[in-house]
Write a protein of this length. Sequence first.
Length: 384
Amino acid sequence: MTIYLELEKNYSLNVYAKRNVTLVRGKNVRVWDDRGHEYIDCVCGNGVANLGHANEKIIAAISEQAAKLITCSNLFYNDQRARLYEKLIQITPPSLKRAFLCNSGTEGIEAAIKFARFATKRTDFISTTMAFHGRTFGALSATYKPDYRNGFEPLLPGFSFVPFNDFQKLKEKLTAKTAGIILEVIQGEGGINIGSAEYFHQVRKLCSDTGTLLIIDEIQSGFCRTGKMFACEHFDLQPDILCLAKALAGGLPMGAVICSEKIELPVGKHGTTFGGNPLCCAAANAAIDYMLENQLDRQAKEKGDFFIKRMSQLRLGKVREIRGLGLMLGIEVTEDVRPLILKLQDDGLLVFAAGQFVIRVFPPLTIEFEDLDLVIQKLQHLLK
């Protein structure tokens, strides 16, 4: 046991199922532990490090901004924040006109719930089975997994769940009290499940017809991960509220809630101390510029297609299905994934689970094809 591992074990609140590895350094797709062991990182900070580790553009932006101004109250305007607002409206779907900046995905979902209730004067929400939207009280109310919910009930009233990708069940659940429908385009935690174009078009029409707000959670799927800047673009889906985080600021903690003109709040109805601070905004501006300049959406599509084609050609006895969009990838296997994930770790590959039977593979979008081929070889060795 290393000293750092021992310190965390002794002094941290034990809310995470940690592995016995202490990561201390990273560069692009590789990370190293405190003993010098090297790994290819396909956990990617649970979808944060889309630009890889120690990206030089992010380092430069953070360093330059830290020497100028790190924090700025939302009582004042700020240059980096203003630029980021403009960028976010330019790159998100045309239905979205204004943004709120916060610190995480779960905080973004909390804001979306408040905004939807205030805008519609309704109280209820529909989410889906296997959905994951966060662990704070409102976001947890929209999250399906009983293990996350048990011990914290009663949660917020008015939340119900229907099967994902089943429009009829969703339509039957909707009432005059429904303020919003909260959906992931691709369920990440739930198993890399992709909704159909017909489903999303039907949900969009239902929301428009009934005055219900469509809240799309792209906290993990956003920022080029799926081969588009946002996964909803695969289906030409126009949300009323879009929740973003994870890869937004190149590794710094940041979230954003992008809203249509249906959302209007008076001054003082919501806020956050650290949301939109200049340091994170500078990182986010640099991250978005890097994504656009390097066409990371195109890279993710090409590399994801390569991965799925190569893996599908292999005879892998433990594999039921390989699915995903871009580099948001899942491998459904015939046994519990936890022992498999630890064996891959021993072989120098870091991946993580999406439920009991799905291995989640989320490499940085900057991964080279040679390294992606090495990932495939390691998976083939284990899963054949």
